[in-house]
Design a protein around this ligand. Structure first.
Ligand code: ADP
Length: 419
């Protein structure tokens, strides 16, 4: 292993694994805390997918440190801490506390933080994060059910979470290329900065940042921050070329779960319903009151053998707020995640083998319930979202989509790729 990564959610891990695979690294994705006996001999890069974005900060730190220790023991020369390209977090964390802990563990005086992912419209300029042409704080992320993002100034957001002094490597320096960026890192280190936010608005700039970070033991950001890292290993003669492993999709029925309330997922749900997919709306209040339970949802899905059924809890901000008021923010989310996880496990027992899931936390819950240990990355459906296949005795195909990713016809597009 050359590169080890710890991702704070499952779809983010898949996004990063796809990026590394596309850049020529043989990459595997481990789901949850890695087992000691896992065979990683064939991998150049290993991405550990945690579900640590919204758990208590101390637990996120503990899980991230353990995963990092395992990656280092497996030979990783560089560690990537991957979080969301919309910097999903709260004033309590978990990006800052995990970053601080990894830095201390690895003995790194300066780390970089760059969530930019230009292909999906996330850019960083003067330390401010944009989603398309909007500041993060004006984007639909301000209404996220678990991590509402109400400030686009990443120095301020990270400063509230981290013990480090936060600096900036601005666009004007980044545009000059790798040597200038490296000099800015040195200067920031000398000024006593512990972390620098790095501006980036294009993939070429991300590649230059990656090149400048060749000697940094810890790199943090969205998947884009890894664009330039495989090139460093290739230039150092450490990366072997190899044929891509064949991607085999198991036969069986499919289902779509949408547990994200993001604007993109709500459009995708509407598009799928317009296209005639049978759809069942589930909501936290019906589950909590016992009106809706796992057997009823399973029965609804199983009794539609000719179709690709869609089960969704995606709702607009008012409905989400009403559910959260009645049940509490976390409980409202958890009740949906738990139900979908149990439904997925029951469907697998009944021969379902193809799952399309919208939402990072939701995907984490589904994959955990399915007990999938390792994912192999397959063809890309939309930027940052590949098909994956579980590596276990009874493989399932999974398309795991971060809520805001994908075009409006994502669900049908994903399904048609398996035909
Ligand atoms: P995203 O990728 O858009 O962030 P996630 O799945 O990570 O999506 O997060 C969405 C969270 O919102 C999950 O915890 C999910 O269970 C919760 N959720 C889904 N539907 C509702 C709803 N109708 N009301 C309240 N919370 C919901």
């Amino acid at each position: 292993m050359l590169l080890g990564a710890v991702a704070d959610d499952l779809t983010g891990a898949t996004d990063l694994a796809l990026m590394l695979a596309r850049e020529g690294m043989r990459t595997i994705q481990v789901v949850g805390a890695p087992q000691d006996d896992l065979d990683i001999d064939e991998a150049d890069a290993v991405v550990v997918a945690l579900k640590s974005r919204t758990i208590p900060a101390a637990e996120a730190v503990e899980l991230s440190l353990a995963a990092t220790e395992w990656l280092i023991a497996g030979g990783a020369e560089q560690i990537v801490f991957k979080y969301c390209s919309t910097f999903d977090s709260t004033p309590k964390g978990n990006i800052g506390p995990v970053l601080d802990a990894l830095q201390a563990k690895l003995g790194v005086p300066l780390a970089i933080a760059c969530p930019a992912f230009p292909t999906n419209g996330r850019t960083v300029y003067q330390g401010h994060l944009f989603v398309g042409d909007m500041l993060l704080s004006d984007s639909p992320m301000k209404d996220h059910p678990l991590t509402p993002m109400t400030d686009a100034n990443l120095m301020r957001v990270l400063g509230a979470q981290s013990k480090s002094t936060i600096g900036l490597v601005p666009f004007i320096t980044v545009a000059e290329g790798a040597a200038a960026i490296r000099a800015a890192f040195d200067a920031a280190r000398q000024r006593g900065c512990g972390v620098v936010i790095v501006d980036a608005v294009t993939d070429d700039q991300l590649r230059a940042i990656g090149e400048a970070a060749a000697d940094m033991k810890l790199v943090t950001g969205g998947s884009g921050i890894a664009l330039g890292l495989p090139g460093n290993f290739r230039r150092a003669g450490k990366l072997r070329t190899s044929a891509a492993a064949e991607f085999r999709v198991p036969p069986g029925r499919g289902v779509i779960f949408a547990g994200s309330c993001s604007a993109a997922t709500r459009r995708q749900v509407a598009h799928a319903m317009d296209a005639g997919l049978p759809a069942l709306r589930i909501d936290p209040l019906s589950i909590a009151s016992g009106k809706l339970d796992v057997p009823a949802v399973v029965e609804w899905i199983v009794s539609r053998p000719e179709a690709l059924p869609l089960v969704y809890s995606s709702a607009d901000p008012q409905d989400v707020a009403a559910a959260q008021e009645a049940l509490g923010r976390h409980a409202a989310g958890e009740i949906v995640e738990t139900l979908l996880g149990s439904v997925a496990a029951a469907l697998r027992e009944r021969g379902f083998s193809r799952f399309i899931v919208a939402g990072g936390e939701t995907s984490g819950a589904v994959v955990k319930a399915l007990g999938v240990p390792v994912l192999r990355i397959g063809p890309e459906i939309d930027p940052g979202v590949p098909w994956t296949v579980s590596v276990d005795d009874c493989p399932v195909a999974l398309a795991l989509k971060s809520g805001n990713f994908g075009s409006d016809d994502f669900f049908l597009k994903a399904w048609s790729q398996l035909a």
